[in-house]
Design a protein around this ligand. Structure first.
Ligand code: NVA
Length: 306
């Protein structure tokens, strides 16, 4: 069990492995054939809604020769209908890899401790590392390099921001996060990112002013203000994030050539203005497509190596 590679956090890959996975994702996107999952079954268990993650995993698994089996939020009841560890043990007897989307990151950790197959985090309240692999691939494609790239993340210091901060710190980028008080990146994550930045040449800066954050940005990135599971906080969050909307006027304050990214789904009228996803500066749909390629890169890495 101890030799099994899980992917619960971006930091479960070394910085050079992150680069290998992204390179593989780009090669697969360019048409490199891989049957890394031939004869393998992949259990996909989601406790939250999904469009991109479900579609990209299922299509990617098929392309790699594998067989996906999807369990919807109502079906399994992790820790409710059956103990988390027992679900992990049963899946480990029949499937070759488990892709899990759930709420509490601790549940995923319990699952992976009991599993004897690789477990992939398809989003928890704590991290969204598969998104970050796609983000890094998208940034490298758009800007030519991850080292030294300047990204401004505007908004909530949530799961997406956490994984982005750790991923950029692994690959030598400069990240500025603009968040209102009370919604900043967790201190423990900033500490971890700073340690990685010291080794890899990147930096992390936290500010409150979105204009300051975008002033030298190559990429402006945002995510929803209210994540899945936080719906009852919607009103309070709409108030807290006033002034943090990414819109054409904010992008105009960034240098020429800036690109806009969003992990989607977006809430137009909240964190972005209507129509921003189709602004000429938006690369959000390339980013969405790269979920497919980056995750296929990860699966190839786990089953066929670098
Ligand atoms: N922060 C968002 C990301 C959705 C892909 C959420 O957790 O709902």
């Amino acid at each position: 069990m101890s030799n099994v590679r899980h992917f619960l956090s971006v930091t479960d890959l070394t910085p050079s492995e992150v680069r290998e996975v992204i390179a593989r994702g780009r090669a697969l996107k360019a048409g490199e054939p891989s049957q890394a999952l031939a004869g393998k079954s992949v259990a996909i268990l989601f406790e939250k809604p999904s469009l991109r993650t479900k579609l990209s995993f299922e299509v990617g698994i098929h392309r790699l020769g594998g067989h996906p089996i999807y369990f919807s939020p109502e079906e399994v009841g992790l820790g409710k209908r059956e103990p988390v560890q027992d679900v992990a043990r049963v899946m480990s007897r029949m499937a070759d890899v488990a892709v899990i989307r759930t709420f509490d990151h601790g549940i995923l950790e319990q699952f992976s401790e009991a599993a004897s197959i690789p477990v992939i985090n398809a989003l928890t309240d704590g991290e969204h590392p598969c998104q970050t692999l796609a983000d890094l691939q998208t940034i490298e494609e758009a800007k030519g390099s991850l080292e030294g790239v300047k990204v401004a993340y505007i908004g909530d210091g949530n799961n997406v921001a956490i994984s982005l901060a750790l991923g950029m710190a692994s690959t030598g980028g400069h990240l500025t996060i603009a968040s209102p008080d009370g919604y900043v990146l967790p201190e423990s994550v900033a500490t971890h990112a700073n340690l990685l930045n010291a080794a890899n040449g990147g930096s992390l800066k936290m500010v409150t002013d979105p204009v300051e954050a975008v002033s030298d940005a190559d990429v402006v990135y945002t995510d929803v203000w209210t994540s899945m599971g936080q719906e009852e906080e919607t009103r309070i969050r709409l108030e807290a994030f006033k002034g943090y909307q990414v819109n054409p006027e904010l992008l105009d304050k960034a240098p020429d050539g800036v690109s806009f990214m969003h992990d989607l789904p977006a809430h137009p009228g909240e964190e972005i203005s209507d129509g921003l996803l189709t602004d000429p500066r938006s690369i959000a749909f390339d980013q969405a497509e790269n979920r497919l390629h980056a995750q296929a890169g990860l699966l190839h890495f786990l089953f066929a190596g670098a």
